[in-house]
Design a protein around this ligand. Structure first.
Ligand SMILES: [Zn+2]
Length: 427
């Protein structure tokens, strides 16, 4: 499907999302129920789900359905593909890159449009315009639908730069572009703020910052306001689906016409409002490869109150997701561990992991194993460290039962003992 057809579809869907966010809660709920029913019917056509659900696709059984683990996604993927000729091609969230067997989620046109529409809604409702200069410093996907969109003329007034660009170069680029809107991930924003603060420079036209991909700390938000003089609108988006976004009042609204989010305890039961639990995602618009009660690997605090903005999309109080420190190399350079995190994220052997920099040349990879780490996979993982960091760093593999959280409840995906964050935050 061409990008323009897709964008046209996304624009129509956005027009609908623009209205549906204000629907009465009962109407939204009924709409969501219909989509969930449709999703479950689509799921039971896939052999993988048919055997797990024992044929049933009744809505009342939904809360008891087994959770889908990350490690099961490739099995689900193969099961979906088995229904089509081997030559069939589908849009997906990741190309088969250098990461070995990736976790690949297949999208159908409907999901793709919903994903774009939900993203447009988040941006537009926070004042963004595609026709005004805007800058994106992100992980640039290549052979994916998002990658094609970025390279196409449909990007209009958007300018893109890879997140792996040297920070001083990023600042110089931003000064040239002079954007009205800037989108990046929080750890990158933090590095940029260091430079802007040190030089006393600002971006004269900047109206708003947008962030996503990692947890945005409150202190980073207030620092951005102090240094660049603008507010931040954050989102909770993943490659699998666009989950939730911050409205101008500062609440995180769930894209409930696109996904169903559950916040559950270890037994899979919903937690009470105000309590932290695991996030389960059910896609509501992907009938090709639906994700049903998918454990996305983040935690969130449940909420039930209404937002003063008048939107009736349900809320999350906060997201307790992944957070990172930068790593310091021997020559003093600070590097983002992001490229390494992205590569490890798609390793099927690792259910959960944490990269710890112990000294300038010694790292530990703490991981909850999905399957045993063979000498080949160890060698591959070591190569990733050498490619992204220095070629002579040592890596120790440490299987653990569980990755601990910081005292404030955060998960540090990448943690540096050399970081200047308070020590108490690093345990
Ligand atoms: Zn709101």
């Amino acid at each position: 499907m061409s990008i323009l057809t897709n964008l046209f579809g996304a624009t129509l869907r956005y027009a609908k999302f623009h209205r549906s966010q204000y629907w009465e809660p009962e109407r939204l709920q009924a709409y969501r129920k219909d989509l969930l029913q449709k999703t479950l019917i689509a799921a039971t056509r896939i052999p993988f789900y048919a055997s797990r659900f024992e044929g049933t696709c009744d809505l009342k059984d939904f809360p008891g359905l087994p959770c889908l683990k990350r490690s099961e996604v490739s099995k689900l993927n193969q099961s979906v593909r088995s229904l089509y000729p081997p030559t069939a091609s589908f849009p997906s969230d990741c190309s088969s890159g250098s990461t070995g067997m990736p976790i690949e989620v297949l999208f159908d046109a409907s999901h793709q449009r919903g994903r774009y529409a939900a993203r447009i809604r988040y941006l537009r409702q926070n004042g963004w315009s595609p026709l005004q200069r805007n800058a994106w410093i992100i992980y640039l996907p290549e052979r994916t639908p998002d990658g094609y969109l970025i390279q196409s003329r449909a990007r209009l007034a958007s300018n893109f730069l890879s997140i792996f660009t040297d920070f001083a170069e990023q600042v110089a680029w931003l000064r040239r572009v002079d954007p009205l809107f800037l989108y990046t991930i929080p750890s990158n924003l933090e590095a940029l703020l260091d430079l802007f603060e040190a030089s006393g420079q600002r971006l004269p036209s900047l109206k708003r910052l947008f962030t996503g991909g990692e947890v945005l700390e409150d202190d980073l938000r207030s620092r951005a306001h102090r240094v660049l003089g603008v507010e931040v609108s954050d989102n909770y988006g993943t490659t699998e689906a666009f989950l939730a976004w911050e409205c101008p009042e500062g609440s995180y609204h769930i894209n409930s016409e696109h996904v169903l989010l559950e916040v559950v305890d270890e037994a899979g039961r919903p937690v009470a409002p105000g309590k932290t639990g695991k996030v389960l995602v059910t896609t509501l618009e992907n009938y090709l490869m639906p994700l049903v009660r998918y454990e996305i690997g983040d935690y969130a605090v449940a909420a039930e109150e209404n937002c003063p903005c008048g939107r009736n999309l349900p809320l999350l109080k906060s997201i307790v997701g992944r957070s990172i420190n930068f790593f310091r190399l021997k020559d003093g350079r600070l590097v983002s561990p992001w490229e390494l995190v992205v590569r490890l994220k798609y390793r099927p052997e690792l259910r959960q992991f944490q990269i710890i920099q112990e000294t300038v040349d010694r790292y530990e990879l703490h991981f909850v194993a999905e399957s045993p780490l063979t000498p080949e996979s160890q060698a591959q993982l070591r190569r990733f460290f050498h490619e992204v960091l220095d070629s002579d760093v040592t890596v120790e593999f440490m299987p653990v039962e569980k990755i601990p959280r910081t005292p404030s409840g955060k998960f540090m995906t990448a943690l540096s003992r050399l970081s200047d964050r308070p020590r108490s935050e690093q345990m």
